[in-house]
Design a protein around this ligand. Structure first.
Ligand code: SF4
Ligand code: ZN
Length: 349
């Protein structure tokens, strides 16, 4: 059966059905709609004011690649300037190839790029060294949690170095829904309380952060990358674990099959969540070592580095002794084929 006409331009043949709405669109109209929705997210949420210098956390993966591309398209209308900031975690055989993808993007899009490395920022610690240190301690599954804490700090540092006023990351709706589910399942009121909204306004001197793709589904991010023929890196990190996030992901798939709006409903639930006064975490103070926001004497990054330097890797985050040692990285959907975006499965007719 021939593909139907595009429901928007009514000229071209439709190339896809939008996963949520079922609307049949050609590739050009889909990309225009996707960009308009991100623009609406940014404008309605007042995420990036005119004149903002925006540090885009660039990993070379599809989410940050799509984010950088869309923001570059929207930059003149938003009156913002962009600077790619990539973090080199020090993961042999993985990050070098991903950074090469970021360098190609920066060159093609003529965007400035700054790379900050864990080894330089954190007294020689790389993720490979952290993984060796945690192996056998019962914490080896927690690489992604260590990495997430350090990457947040590294991205902030990189953004400050380039004079950014705002930081954006490529988390999409599926990532956010998984995180909300994990926090619910762990009963982590502190993270639930902080996790809503489209970002953080920049408490405690931190730069404001936001996630302009937070309402875009994973499937549509892949579709956008396909139709824009974006070059991104899609191999899985060697430390992507068999982790708790994987259970949340599987559960989310089941929920979505029964109720297609489950992903966005979860994201919006977190935005509207109101915790009872007794369940609210105490207001954070300042880390006694670096001054960053902290709910204990040391912030997560300083406590984590402290433990590593003492030879006692431990998690300084999460609830009590359980910690968050099973977090897992967002945006990973199991092993993915490397190669051009054209190899992604595209829903057709
Ligand atoms: Fe870091 Fe985990 Fe992502 Fe690897 S998969 S880069 S260890 S957060
Ligand atoms: Zn600190």
């Amino acid at each position: 059966m021939p593909a139907p006409q595009c429901a928007s331009c009514r000229k071209a043949r439709a190339a896809l059905r939008r996963p949520r709405s079922g609307q049949a669109l050609c590739g050009t109209c889909f990309c225009a709609a996707f960009e308009a929705e991100v623009l609406h997210t940014v404008v309605a949420g007042r995420l990036l004011p005119p004149g903002a210098v925006v540090a885009v956390g660039a990993s070379g993966g599809k989410d940050s690649t799509v984010l950088a591309h869309v923001l570059r398209e929207l930059a003149p209308r938003l009156a913002i300037s962009l600077h790619l900031v990539a973090v080199d975690e020090g993961i042999g055989g993985y990050r070098d190839a991903a950074l090469a993808a970021v360098r190609r993007q920066a060159a093609r899009w003529e965007l400035p790029l700054t790379v900050v490395a864990y080894a330089e920022l954190f007294g020689g610690w790389t993720m490979d060294a952290v993984a060796r240190s945690t192996a056998g301690s019962g914490r080896s599954r927690s690489c992604c949690t260590f990495c997430g804490v350090l990457r947040r700090r590294a991205l902030e540092e990189g953004a400050r170095r380039v004079g950014a006023t705002h930081v954006v990351t490529g988390h999409n709706a599926d990532d956010m829904a998984e995180t909300v589910l994990m926090n619910f399942l762990r009963g982590d009121a502190g993270r639930l309380a902080r996790g809503g909204g489209l970002g953080s306004p920049g408490e405690g001197g931190a730069l404001p952060r936001c996630r302009p793709l937070q309402l875009a589904s994973q499937k549509e991010v892949v579709l956008y990358a396909h139709f824009r023929r974006l070059d991104y890196f899609s191999e899985e990190c060697v430390y992507a674990p068999e982790a708790f996030r994987g259970h949340a992901r599987e559960l989310l798939k089941l929920l979505e099959a029964a109720r297609p709006s489950a992903v966005l409903d979860l994201v919006h639930s977190a935005e509207r969540l109101a915790l009872a006064p007794a369940a609210r975490p105490p207001p954070p103070g300042a880390c006694s070592r670096c001054g960053a926001l902290a709910s204990r004497a040391l912030c997560q990054a300083c406590a984590l580095l402290d433990g590593l330097n003492r030879g006692r890797p431990r998690l300084a985050i999460g609830k009590g002794r359980r910690g968050l040692d099973e977090e897992g990285p967002p945006g990973r959907r199991g092993p993915q084929p490397s190669g051009p975006p054209a190899s992604e499965p595209i829903p057709g007719f």
